[in-house]
Design a protein around this ligand. Structure first.
Ligand SMILES: NC(=O)c1ccc[n+]([C@@H]2O[C@H](COP(=O)([O-])OP(=O)(O)OC[C@H]3O[C@@H](n4cnc5c(N)ncnc54)[C@H](O)[C@@H]3O)[C@@H](O)[C@H]2O)c1
Length: 374
């Protein structure tokens, strides 16, 4: 008997549309999966663009209205890879139609939207997925494994920064990521949400935060020409957090770190050792152990490509590195296996909601200039 098939409809066909399409296409070529993935429909608003995307990325067909994808009885999974202003409508409609929802981060533009989506998905009883893909870099999964094994002991610090520089030029246009109505928040939600997810994944829940948001360039040229428009989201965000475990967290998210292109970094310090990760060197995990003999201690760089390391054995021989797109392939593989086993996949919509609570608390803290408890 052949494997069962899961049929996907993907809404959005640009950056994440491309990354997710690649993951659905490749996943069965590297992982021995219990299901086959059928790439049925990709959706976008512009027919010429979405038709080309369907051909390029390998989808059977396309649609220009997401409602038709949600209404398609053959489709099992609705993948939401659009800007934040459409997530809530699509996710709630898909959940109501009994689909499994796979949504990009942050799940909503507000905490009220995130709560609505979480409730709709819970009511559907279907497993969900949120694309916090960095959990699935082999070096990050290795960090998680070592923390769970107790190699670091009690954790004192989670120190994370997500640094980019693509809008440091004041002439860079006011794209959708700079409009609150379309995106909810700026650097905080776009890239800060990823390091919040890594903090929750590696160290646990966040209990309280105090933070600051800054907008350095408040007016930018409109992308379609014809003058300029206001920027009403943060260009940079920084906050201190207290984890429920008692660990201290510092988080920084900015698109003004000139020279830093996609530096998603963390350092974790525990009583028995430390770990350091930087996405720009994503195959490596730095490790310091207090258990090494005195006189030999120091940070060592572990190349997380050994077949004993998470995911690495699925790809190439040791030392043959992998890249950004593999984080999505790994995520999709894990989600499909969990679904088949009837196990909870994480991060799911509940995690997306808990992440949004942190975003919301940081915004409230920045507005009130005070600590906010979650
Ligand atoms: N996981 C990650 O690392 C990561 C990286 C980048 C973006 N994202 C998230 O992915 C989402 C999309 O970001 P992106 O960078 O791919 O944006 P993008 O601008 O590159 O693509 C957005 C796509 O959505 C489509 N779209 C917009 N409104 C639509 C609608 N109403 N109906 C159908 N299609 C619609 C657009 O046509 C376009 O194809 C956002 O939530 C963003 O935060 C996640």
């Amino acid at each position: 008997m052949g494997k069962p098939t899961l049929t996907v409809g993907l809404i959005g066909y640009q950056f994440m549309g491309k990354a997710h399409s690649n993951a659905y296409r490749q996943v069965g070529r590297y992982f021995d999966l219990p299901v086959d993935v059928r790439m049925k429909t990709i959706c976008g608003r512009t027919e010429t663009g979405v038709r080309k995307a369907a051909e390029t990325f390998g989808w059977e067909g396309f649609e220009t209205d997401w409602r038709r994808v949600v209404d398609d009885p053959e489709i099992d999974i609705i993948d939401v890879s659009t800007p934040g202003d459409s997530h809530c409508d699509i996710v709630c409609a898909a959940a109501e139609a009994g689909k499994s929802v796979w949504c990009e981060k942050p799940i909503g533009n507000t905490i009220a939207e995130a709560a609505k989506m979480r409730d709709a998905v819970a009511k559907s009883g279907k497993p969900s997925v949120v694309f916090h893909n960095y959990r699935f870099a082999p070096a990050v999964s290795l960090a998680k494994k070592w923390i769970d094994e107790g190699r670091l002991g009690r954790i004192f610090h989670f120190r994370a920064a997500y640094l980019q520089d693509w809008i440091a030029d004041p002439q860079f246009p006011r794209v959708w990521r700079l409009e609150k109505a379309r995106t909810g928040s700026g650097a905080l939600g776009d890239i800060g949400s990823h390091i919040i997810d890594l903090g929750r994944h590696l160290v646990g829940e966040i209990q309280s935060v105090v933070g600051q948001l800054e907008t350095f360039v408040t007016e930018r040229p409109l992308p379609e020409g014809g003058g300029s428009g206001p920027v009403d989201v943060d260009d940079a965000a920084a906050f201190i957090a207290r984890f429920a475990s008692g660990a201290l967290g510092t988080f920084e998210a900015t698109r003004f770190a000139v020279g830093r292109k996609n530096a998603n970094r963390f350092e974790i310090n525990g009583e028995k050792g430390s770990l350091v990760f930087d996405l720009e060197r994503m195959n490596e995990l730095e490790y310091y152990s207090e258990l090494d003999p005195p006189g030999t201690r120091g940070f060592r760089t572990v190349l997380a490509t050994d077949s004993s390391h998470p995911f690495a054995g699925r790809y190439w021989p040791v030392g043959h590195i992998i890249g950004y797109e593999h984080t999505f392939i790994n995520l999709v593989a894990e989600a499909l296996v969990a679904r088949d086993r009837g196990e909870r996949f994480r991060p799911d919509i509940e995690d997306g909601y808990l992440n949004q609570r942190v975003l919301d608390a940081v915004e409230r803290s920045a507005a009130s200039k005070a600590w906010v408890n979650l």
